[in-house]
Design a protein around this ligand. Structure first.
Ligand code: GRG
Length: 296
């Protein structure tokens, strides 16, 4: 029998609130001598955001009939890492952005060094959260640490950011662009799915399915982001062709056109849906999440 899928908006609302509450407890207010560090981290961490990555972890665990309570710690660790990456990405030495999640970026309201350190704090605390997770086995903690570190480290998100900086202003081909985005954006989204698999004790072949699904929805997410930068960007940033064009970045849209980029994302999502349907579970929740990425 197929379970009735909950409304996705409702799911985002309920799980988003749960994640918010957990993050608030994990990174509490600190009135001590270095309380400003906590204040800065909380400014960015508790400032909204879709909570896509932690929600993907929770949805994967639920799909594989694991414990959603046990998944809360790695889910929050992933959101800490994601927020750190946004804080650092917005710095003047990187993308130099003034607004994020509808508010001034952290370095606009605190000294720049303070924003760097708040980002460092969020990256570090993610691994502390995993180490101290109350409902995980030691083996799960090691596996989660490895998956998250690989996705965010020197072969993952940081490598993607380095390539992105090095390639700005250069004409890239599709292969190089995919390499950058697979590391910069898809890796952490894929890790969010894999973390769910680890918490639910997925088998090796189920992890292979999750790896493929996570990569494909992660890359599709970035392609759609490129499209939205053009279609919504002019309105948002006041720059013709969006902020990527203004920053001289090669994107899926500059290489394939808007329709070509949408088609590429659609193909990835179709293949991701096919993969996830092969799991011996009701995967309707993950299917809905993948479709939401396509329509974001
Ligand atoms: C600084 C090491 C380092 C890495 C930065 C992820 C990243 C690498 C930069 C972000 C730049 C960017 C805006 C990329 C587009 C895709 C993306 C990650 C968008 C933001 O994610 P959302 O839409 O954001 O999930 P919210 O605010 O909803 O969490």
């Amino acid at each position: 029998m197929t379970a009735v899928a909950p409304s996705l908006d409702h799911y985002f609302k309920i799980k988003g609130a749960q994640i918010e509450e957990h993050l608030n407890r994990l990174i509490p207010e600190n009135k001590g001598l270095y309380g400003a560090l906590y204040e800065g981290a909380r400014y960015s961490l508790l400032s909204g955001g879709k909570r896509l990555r932690p929600i993907l972890t929770l949805a994967t665990v639920e799909t594989l009939q694991g414990s959603p309570e046990a998944a809360l710690s790695p889910a929050c660790a992933l959101e800490c890492i994601h927020t750190y990456s946004l804080i650092h990405d917005d710095l003047p030495c990187m993308d130099n952005d003034d607004f994020r999640r509808g508010k001034p970026t952290l370095h606009k309201v605190y000294p720049e060094g303070h924003a760097v350190l708040a980002g460092d704090f969020l990256l570090t605390v993610a691994f502390e959260i995993i180490a101290n997770a109350p409902l995980l086995t030691d083996q799960q903690k090691v596996q989660l640490t490895r998956v998250i570190a690989e996705a965010s480290g020197g072969e993952g998100m940081i490598a993607g950011q380095v390539l992105d900086l090095a390639c700005t202003g250069k004409n890239l081909n599709l292969q190089t662009l995919e390499l950058i985005h697979s590391k910069k954006t898809a890796a952490l989204i894929q890790a969010s799915i894999l973390c769910g698999g680890i918490v639910a004790n997925a088998t090796a072949s189920q992890m292979d399915v999750l790896r493929k699904f996570g990569y494909q929805i992660g890359l599709a997410f970035q392609i759609i982001d490129d499209v939205l930068d053009v279609t919504d960007g002019e309105e948002k940033h006041g720059k013709k062709g969006g902020s990527d064009a203004a920053n001289h970045k090669t994107t899926y849209v500059s290489l394939l056109g808007i329709e070509g980029a949408r088609h590429q994302a659609h193909n990835l999502l179709t293949s991701a849906l096919e993969a996830i349907r092969s799991l011996p579970y009701d995967s309707s929740l993950l299917q809905q999440l993948a479709k939401r990425i396509g329509n974001k």
